[in-house]
Design a protein around this ligand. Structure first.
Ligand SMILES: [Fe+2]
Ligand SMILES: [Fe+2]
Length: 257
């Protein structure tokens, strides 16, 4: 039987905001020191950069991800609203540049990566929030086209016997004005009871929800570098490692020495 790799879930690094870059560097260093690249896959659910249009934030992010990859780690990521703009104003041009740099091999979303017995399905939850009329605020929308493609991926016979991990940036369950995933009900219709693991970030609260949407593991990754939730709340930093072999979740803190 194929051994499932564990999944290290990181989210909302916000490199470029205060000391979030230094914290990300410490997380990277400790993952390299403590974990093996042979049985761990890293999934980052967006907001890698704090300001998607800022060259310094982007190059610092690329350099840190390269440190992990050069040690043999597979790093999968999906974009967040900050990667496509300022967090409150998205830009199609910034989105294009981010994808060119961070996702050069990804032609479209959903992205599907099959690794051993796991099908990783990444979504772009800012994809349909780039028009002149809806590019403001921190809402997300997957859009009709992406959802149609997702339905196809979920029914693809090649992933039938795989553990299915769906990951995206925006919180698909909780509703906060101007921070909501607008088409979360349609997402639910497609993945409810079909995905095994659902990972996301965006609100910076963090938490594990068991059996929501009839999905075994549902995790809000919070902000892995501790950026405040809604600009007000300081939440204890936790990094979650998921073992798909028994669907257990281990809470760690890679910032601690
Ligand atoms: Fe964020
Ligand atoms: Fe976000």
């Amino acid at each position: 039987m194929v051994k499932s790799p564990r999944i290290i879930h990181l989210s909302d690094l916000h490199i470029g905001y205060r000391d979030c870059g230094e914290k990300t560097a410490r997380i990277v260093l400790n993952i390299i020191k403590r974990e093996s690249p042979d049985n761990n896959i890293i999934v980052i659910t967006g907001d890698i950069a704090d300001r998607g249009a800022c060259e310094a934030d982007l190059s610092a992010g690329q350099e840190l991800l390269e440190r992990l990859r050069s040690r043999g780690f597979t790093v999968l990521l999906c974009p967040g609203n900050h990667d496509y703009g300022t967090g409150f104003v998205n830009s199609a041009e910034t989105a294009r540049k981010f994808k060119e740099r961070f996702l050069p091999q990804v032609k479209e979303f959903p992205r599907l990566d099959m690794i051993k017995n796991i099908a990783f399905i990444g979504l772009d939850s800012t994809a349909d929030e780039l028009h002149w009329y809806d590019r403001y605020f921190a809402d997300g929308e997957l859009g009709k086209v992406q959802l149609q493609r997702l339905e196809k991926v979920m029914s693809d016979p090649q992933i039938k016997d795989k553990i299915k991990v769906v990951y995206l940036h925006h919180h698909p369950i909780h509703f906060i004005p101007f921070h909501q995933l607008k088409d979360r009900r349609k997402l639910r219709e497609i993945i409810e009871g079909r995905a095994d693991i659902l990972l996301f970030g965006h609100l910076h609260f963090g938490g594990t929800y068991h059996n929501t949407w009839n999905i075994k593991i549902v995790i809000d990754g919070g902000s892995s570098t501790g950026k405040l939730a809604l600009g007000i709340f300081s939440i204890k930093i936790k990094h979650r490692v998921i073992d798909p072999a028994d669907f257990s979740v281990i809470e760690k803190n890679y910032l601690e020495d």
